[in-house]
Design a protein around this ligand. Structure first.
Ligand code: CU
Length: 149
């Protein structure tokens, strides 16, 4: 009987954790992955990343700032052209994906041109969640990430 105590306790712990993260107040729970900047060839650059939302409420990316550039704007691609948007939704239990040919961050008036292997710090600002700082690695100008599919 005694040796069952430990597994039972572990089970209870696991259940408590599940209950804790599964239910509760509906809030966005954001994390950022797969960020990169193709090495810029002018004083402009693009940036890509994925924002995942584990939470039960949506959030909105409202702005992006970086000390590396005079301005950072959020663009989406519509057909062959792109347009600046004021905000993009991060759906509840969903993801906001920035990728080549789709949504992207647009860095203009770069203060200097970062090289492959360096990092560019950007800060993401949201409607509800606190800001998230991202160290965006600079990849080769032609880098394309593996899709993972
Ligand atoms: Cu653009």
């Amino acid at each position: 009987m005694r040796h069952l105590a430990a597994p039972a306790a572990l089970m209870a712990g696991a259940l408590a954790l599940t209950a804790c993260s599964g239910s509760g107040d509906a809030k966005a729970d954001l994390s950022v992955s797969s960020s990169y900047m193709p090495q810029p060839v002018s004083d402009m650059a693009a940036g890509f990343l994925t924002i995942a939302n584990e939470g039960g409420a949506k959030d909105e990316l409202t702005s992006v700032t970086s000390d590396a550039a005079g301005s950072v704007t959020v663009h989406r691609t519509v057909g062959q052209s792109m347009e600046e948007v004021a905000s993009l939704d991060v759906p509840a239990h969903g993801r906001l994906v920035f990728r080549s040919g789709g949504n992207h961050l647009m860095f203009e008036n770069l203060k200097r041109r970062p090289k492959q292997g360096e990092k560019v710090t950007v800060e993401l600002h949201f409607a509800d969640s606190g800001p998230i700082k991202v160290e965006m690695p600079v990849k080769s100008a032609t880098y394309t990430p593996a899709t993972g599919h």
